[in-house]
Design a protein around this ligand. Structure first.
Ligand code: PRP
Ligand code: URA
Length: 210
């Protein structure tokens, strides 16, 4: 498993505002979008392209276009939906599939409550969007779901992760082609399974339920 933690002052600056409990939902949503676009630049480094020939006003030349089958973007509902705009801004030709997951706040076990994905994901490059990688349970379920359908490789973009969750995923996906791109790797999980220092409940903050 490859892990890339962003190291850029603009990303850290935007994450600092996002973490601040005084930041209201509209600002939180706008910053989430901006952060995803910045992280998507790194996450799509290995996106498959094919050579194409084009005619400029001056001469014929070769360039590249996103290859078929197109990449599949999978936001994990609910909070991952807040990351979709930022991602499709960078890869407008990608297809989008949806997975709805919720974590039981007592047991911290995730469950799937909605799914709208292509049946066959053979040879597909998948990009999972979920702002928070806490215990790693939700992201791991999503990754397994996609590989079970034939996905070739999975790249996850998360704004924040806890070391415990990252280690759990690394152990579980051994031998699979998985990349995780993070805005920041935080200190730890607390006794409620929240990331510390974190930003609280991402879904609630995105959608104004706090
Ligand atoms: C949050 C978050 C992740 C998950 C992370 O979703 O968006 O999907 O928790 O926790 P984990 O790594 O311990 O599984 P939540 O279940 O709160 O649902 P929501 O997106 O609807 O708020
Ligand atoms: N889900 C969140 O939204 N935040 C956390 O810190 C952990 C799980």
């Amino acid at each position: 498993m490859r892990v890339h933690v962003a190291d850029h002052p603009l990303i850290t600056h935007k994450l600092t505002v996002l973490r601040d409990e005084r930041t209201p939902s509209p600002t939180f949503r706008a910053l989430t979008s901006e952060l995803v676009t910045l992280l998507a630049y790194e996450a799509t480094r290995e996106v498959r392209v094919e050579e194409v020939t084009i005619q400029t006003p001056v001469t014929q030349t070769t360039g590249v276009a996103i290859a078929e089958p197109r990449p599949l973007i999978v936001p994990i509902l609910r909070a991952g939906l807040g990351m979709l705009d930022g991602m499709v801004t960078l890869v407008p030709s990608a297809e989008v599939g949806f997975l709805g997951m919720v974590r039981n706040e007592e047991t911290l076990e995730p469950s799937v409550y909605a799914e709208r994905l292509p049946e066959d994901l053979s040879n597909r490059q998948c990009f999972v969007l979920d702002p928070m990688l806490a215990t790693g349970g939700s992201l791991l379920s999503a990754i397994e779901y996609l590989f079970d359908r034939g996905a070739q490789d999975v790249t996850a973009i998360c704004l924040l992760a806890a070391p415990e969750g990252l280690a759990a995923i690394e152990k579980a996906v051994e031998g699979r082609d998985v990349t995780i791109v993070l805005g920041a790797l935080d200190e730890r999980l607390n006794e409620h399974g929240y990331i510390v220092p974190g930003l609280g409940d991402a879904g609630d903050r995105l959608y104004g339920t706090v």
